[in-house]
Design a protein around this ligand. Structure first.
Ligand SMILES: Cc1cc2nc3c(=O)[nH]c(=O)nc-3n(C[C@H](O)[C@H](O)[C@H](O)COP(=O)(O)OP(=O)(O)OC[C@H]3O[C@@H](n4cnc5c(N)ncnc54)[C@H](O)[C@@H]3O)c2cc1C
Length: 542
């Protein structure tokens, strides 16, 4: 959430109430929350609450403004908060650390919701197991916290961090976040959840259901259906504990950078990449293919290169490539193992991509970190991320333009050259038509790629903000018409994205709604999150 006291002007600091809740009812609910938590853990002053506004605002109104914030200090208190919310029909919005920037930040989907800042006080590493390589954590544990706990314990274990480690492990996993070591598919490595359900009941998944079990964090499924993934990108419960399995530190690791000259090399790069990746060797981690704008934004500002109208012209792009020693596409990955294996894998990778004319291969050894070589910056930052060291360097991106923020358009692509090129051309053409730089990367899983297009805008410029939102809406529709769907979405376009998964009269949405209505008959938990509306608020146009 925002570190400033408020992002709203004084005239906007009015109280925003939830739908269908009178001021009297709301005040009674707040009094009940204070009786449970103590008044200091219930914030209602608009100046305090506005800290939870979306740091990357996508509208100029109060569509995503909270009414209050509560800070539970135990699982039992979360249960009691949920019970009060059911009594007064108060929508709750759970966050761990609220740093989900680009996807709504700390702000709720429904205006007037009460933010439950679960991670503020529930922020401990409850267990760190060096023998089996796992941790049991509370929602407020950040990637830095987990890293530090492992260092303090001296265990040879790694975390898997996203580009930015400013947020929590739990919040990132619950929004199906991605990282970049071999454990980069975060959802896969969670192992056992404790969840407060919307009626206040308490569930432990997997082996956590068996009293006295010592395998809660070792075996996710246990017996019968495994519901854990239902709590990601949904509104079916508030997670209060999560198990996370950790990668063992390998004997050696080295990170490479391969620069490719031309935008249209993309198809060949992806086709060469697939056989090296799908078998988890020699491309062992989640590699990334970043374009010039993303890397240039790490070390410079847009105005250093161009101050004219429209998208940055091609001749300036050529100058950026030459000055920074980068290509239009820049591929980063890390290989792991005993030193001879690392050496051999690097040779295979270099030989494979050298087929592309103009490709240049570097490692952290051949391209050392240096103030005089700005193009080496991202290579060394990726080396940290890919070897389990948290950083926040990627946030430099936000300085590319003044008051920078981004809206993310993130369709899934097959790991196929023709698909990648089709998506690239589609987004670039539309971004150009909105005079927006195409700053993007492909994050490469085993059998798919997340195509992350970061559509940057100046958040204090209403026209830019509105145009960028329009661009995102248009891209979602165009992508869906071509068979491409998004993996993650801001509140402002979650309904639209959910609508694109329309097979059999939106069977997926109807299925989610049936679960929602069964678990949350009063519709109090995160209504509308991920396009899932409870019966009480469905079709209301909120
Ligand atoms: C420049 C830039 C780069 C980024 N790079 C990456 C990246 O590489 N990978 C990536 O994944 N993300 C990335 N992000 C997005 C974001 O910063 C991270 O995903 C961040 O880790 C999530 O923040 P958080 O942990 O505070 O989650 P929160 O904001 O606390 O929560 C995230 C979501 O989970 C839900 N939730 C959280 N806690 C609970 C709970 N206890 N119970 C129920 N629901 C809960 C929330 O309602 C919310 O929808 C990037 C953002 C920026 C600006």
């Amino acid at each position: 959430m925002s570190t400033s006291t408020t992002t709203r002007s004084p005239s906007e600091l009015a109280r925003v109430l939830p739908p269908d809740v009178s001021a009297e009812s709301f005040d009674a609910a707040i009094a009940a929350f204070a009786a449970i938590l103590g008044a200091e853990w219930v914030h209602v002053e608009p100046g305090q609450v506005s800290v939870y506004d979306d740091e990357f605002p996508v509208t100029g109104d109060h569509s995503y403004t909270a009414s209050a914030v509560v800070f539970p200090g135990s699982t039992a208190e979360v249960q009691q908060i949920v019970q009060v919310a059911n009594e007064y029909l108060i929508p709750l919005h759970a966050i761990s650390t609220g740093k989900n920037l680009g996807y709504g930040g700390a702000a709720p989907r429904v205006a007037g919701s009460v933010v439950v800042h679960v991670g503020k006080r529930l922020n401990k590493v409850l267990e760190l197991n060096g023998k089996y390589g796992y941790a049991l954590i509370e929602p407020g544990v950040t990637f830095f916290d987990l890293y530090n706990a492992i260092q303090d314990a001296g265990y040879p274990l790694w975390i898997d961090a996203p580009d930015l480690s400013w947020g929590s492990v739990v919040g990132n996993i619950l929004d199906r976040g991605v990282g970049y070591t071999p454990y980069g598919n975060h959802s896969l490595w969670k192992s056992g959840l404790e969840i407060v359900l919307p009626d206040g009941d308490l569930l432990r998944t997997g082996m956590g259901g068996l009293p006295g079990s010592n395998t809660w964090q070792l075996f996710g499924p246990s017996f019968g259906p495994q519901p854990d993934n239902l709590f990601e990108q949904s509104n079916f419960g508030i997670v209060t504990k999560m198990g996370i399995q950790l990668m063992g530190a390998p004997p050696a690791a080295e990170t490479f950078q391969i620069t490719f000259e031309n935008a249209e090399d993309l198809g060949t790069i992806v086709d060469i990449m697939l056989p090296l990746r799908i078998n988890m060797a020699p491309l062992q981690n989640v590699p990334v293919l970043r374009n010039i704008f993303l890397d240039a934004a790490q070390v410079s500002e847009r105005s250093d290169w161009y101050t004219g109208e429209g998208p940055i012209p091609d001749d300036i792009v050529e100058k950026m490539k030459a000055d920074l020693g980068l290509g239009y596409w820049n591929f980063y990955g890390t290989v792991y193992g005993p030193p001879p294996v690392v050496e051999q894998y690097l040779q295979i990778i270099e030989a494979a991509f050298s087929q592309i004319p103009g490709a240049k291969f570097h490692t952290t050894q051949t391209r050392p970190h240096s103030d005089s070589d700005r193009g080496a910056h991202t290579l060394h930052d990726r080396h940290k991320i890919n070897t389990g060291i948290p950083t926040v360097e990627e946030a430099n991106l936000l300085n590319w333009i003044p008051d920078g923020a981004h809206m993310g358009f993130s369709p899934i692509s097959a790991p196929d050259g023709a698909d990648a090129l089709r998506q690239f051309r589609m987004v670039k053409k539309r971004a150009d038509s909105f005079s927006k730089d195409y700053a993007a990367q492909f994050i490469i899983g085993l059998r798919e790629m997340h195509h992350i297009s970061l559509l940057l805008y100046t958040k204090t410029d209403a026209q830019q903000r509105d145009d960028t939102l329009r661009l995102v809406h248009e891209l979602i529709d165009e992508a869906a018409e071509n068979g491409y769907g998004e993996y993650r979405a801001h509140h402002a376009w979650a309904d639209q994205v959910a609508g694109t998964y329309s097979f059999n009269d939106n069977a997926q949405r109807r299925f989610n709604e049936r679960i929602k209505d069964a678990l949350d008959p009063n519709g109090i938990l995160n209504p509308g999150k991920a396009g899932i509306w409870p019966a009480r608020l469905r079709g209301r146009g909120l």
